[in-house]
Design a protein around this ligand. Structure first.
Ligand code: OOG
Ligand code: MG
Length: 253
């Protein structure tokens, strides 16, 4: 398969809700090519009328790296069709084997068009909230290499955001957890995300500008899960809670 064929293979797997063989089982490609495949598959979504609304980082916490066996930071693209509303009831048959994870989310105030330092972040970001990300690897058994998961747009499929709030110090050492039917199933600290979730914006600014991309005002950034992800089942209420920033939930059908 060439890069466009791989992009179509992964896009179709998502559309048909069918798990597929890892691409790297049959085709070798570099990390740079994996990001090209990611762009090509996003282009197919844009051709169907979707719009880019932000970016996500992955494997920014040790808990996630250990769970998935991938130890490098990755980034992917979020589109409007992935944006679910709080309290939405979602039939999980639209996904292959969805998992949920608690996230810290940011909203961009001013275009980020160059690598920025952590001290500069407050000039570019003005809002923060708690998020829930739903990830759904297109690969069988949710197993992949670094190149596979990047090509698959970092397992992105859905996200829900709490109410935006002004940035308040501190950002680190805030308790964060994931609850299913009001039971805490995963808990951690915002410091688990690169020691400080603001660092994820620094990393994104570096990666985006190296790719010639501007992260635009109004766009959303998911900093990466602070805890491992949990498989979803039908008829669950799924909640993420972040100290000082409230909570957000959705339900499965
Ligand atoms: C890849 C996506 C990782 C995160 O927050 O670390 C991610 C995966 O785990 O399938 O979204
Ligand atoms: Mg995530």
């Amino acid at each position: 398969m060439n890069l466009t064929e791989i992009a179509t293979y992964l896009d179709q797997a998502a559309l048909k809700v069918e798990a597929v063989e890892q691409v790297t089982h049959n085709t070798n490609f570099s990390l740079e090519e994996a990001y090209q495949i990611q762009r090509l598959s996003i282009e197919q979504r844009l051709n169907r009328g979707e719009e880019i609304v932000g970016y996500k980082l992955g494997f920014t916490s040790y808990a996630k790296m250990e769970q998935m066996g991938v130890h490098d930071l990755i980034w992917g693209i979020l589109t409007n069709s992935m944006h679910l509303m709080p309290a939405d009831q979602v039939n999980i048959n639209r996904w292959i084997h969805p998992r949920a994870e608690p996230e810290v989310a940011f909203q961009v105030k001013k275009d980020i068009d160059r690598p920025i330092s952590i001290e500069e972040v407050p000039d570019y970001i003005d809002k923060m909230t708690v998020g829930l990300e739903i990830i759904d690897s297109r690969y069988k058994d949710f197993k992949f290499t670094l190149e596979d998961v990047v090509a698959d747009n970092c397992s992105s499929t859905g996200f829900v955001l709490g109410e935006w709030q002004d940035l308040q110090y501190p950002f680190s050492a805030l308790d964060i957890n994931l609850q299913i039917d009001n039971q805490i199933v995963e808990s951690g600290s915002s410091s688990a995300i690169l020691n400080n979730p603001l660092q994820s914006i620094v990393e994104l600014s570096r990666l985006a500008s190296a790719s010639g991309l501007t992260v635009k005002s109004g766009q959303i950034i998911l900093a990466g899960a602070a805890t491992a992800a949990v498989y979803l089942k039908p008829h669950q209420q799924v909640t993420a809670k972040l100290e000082n920033y409230g909570e957000v939930c959705f339900s499965t059908l």
